[in-house]
Design a protein around this ligand. Structure first.
Ligand code: CP
Length: 310
């Protein structure tokens, strides 16, 4: 019997059980082998049509989903809000129902509002995959991050991962916390106190405001961008102050007596949260994360919408 996910949609990591995550990893491992072959396509989603609805900017997630769909032989529609009738006042539900009337089977959506993916899953008759909803969750990013740590470190159980930077505005941080904890890793967050949410204690993570102490504790450092576009007030005195206290550079890493794996979900602001010498170093797995993103998204799409073709 085929193994299935416990969910119909991928709204967030919070709604997954560890067996779901393990199944996604195993399926992604198979697809990773496929996309490294000379013939990179499989027919698993032939006759399935997927729309990528992006109401917010994206490079990695949008291209990675599109490539994943094409590698699975799905038919693909791409929708960008700025060039659509949304700008004429059409509602999200009307927009999606009109697209679904064209016999579309699955919706991948990025939206600036937290909860938008859950709302859509309750209002339309389609499979919904959340590609990032505001400051809430970014489940496929967390899955590809955890998959990349597992690959680099040989597993997740007992591994110590610190997430550094703008935790308050980051959907990547929240999804990573859920995913890593479900898979048995220990999680710490590190950043200025003003960028660490007040509810963080409820999530069972360690909190550290001193970067050197955080780096000395961890096996893996996942470095986040400061989300200036989501900040309506100033959370630290100046960018220069932030760089001096929380910027990851070779100097601070050299002071620590162990090799830490460096990650970043992108986009990177070189010279702000991370210097180029670290981002491009041998201990960085940033481009492995991007490669793994395609395999993880293939696995998610296949497990939610493509298994009938197998
Ligand atoms: N990591 C990530 O979500 O990048 P994009 O915003 O480019 O999709």
């Amino acid at each position: 019997m085929q193994r299935k996910l416990s969910v119909k949609h991928l709204i967030g990591i919070k709604g997954l059980v560890p067996a779901d995550i393990e199944l996604i990893f195993e399926t992604a491992q198979t697809f990773k082998e496929v996309i490294n072959r000379p013939i990179k396509k499989v027919p698993s989603m032939r006759d399935v049509t997927v729309v990528n609805l992006f109401f917010e900017n994206s490079t990695r997630t949008r291209l990675s989903f599109e490539l994943a769909e094409k590698r699975l032989s799905a038919d693909v529609l791409n929708f960008t809000a700025s060039s659509s009738s949304v700008s004429k006042g059409e509602t999200l539900i009307d927009t999606v129902n009109n697209i679904l009337a064209m016999k579309v089977d699955m919706v991948v959506m990025r939206h600036p509002k937290p909860g938008a993916a859950l709302f859509l899953s309750q209002k339309v008759n389609s499979i919904i995959v959340n590609a990032g909803d505001g400051t809430h969750e970014h489940p496929t990013q967390a899955l590809l991050d955890a998959f990349s740590i597992r690959e680099a470190m040989g597993g997740l159980k007992g591994k110590k991962v610190v997430i550094i930077g703008d935790i308050l505005h980051s959907r990547v941080a929240l999804s990573n916390i859920y995913c890593l904890q479900k898979m048995g890793a220990e999680v710490m967050v590190c950043g200025p106190p003003t960028l660490i949410p007040k509810y963080i204690d409820e999530l069972g993570v360690k909190v550290e405001t001193n970067l050197f102490k955080a780096l000395s504790w961890c096996d893996v450092a996942n470095v986040l961008r400061i989300q200036l576009e989501r900040q309506d007030i100033k959370y630290f005195p100046s960018l220069r102050d932030y760089i001096l206290q929380y910027g990851i550079n070779a100097e601070i890493l050299n002071k620590i007596n162990k090799k830490i794996t460096i990650m970043h979900p992108g986009p990177i602001n070189r010279g702000v949260e991370i210097t180029s010498d670290v981002a491009d170093s041998k201990q960085s797995i940033i481009l492995d994360q991007v490669e793994n993103g395609v395999a993880i998204r293939m696995a998610v799409l296949y497990l939610l919408g493509g298994q009938q073709n197998s």
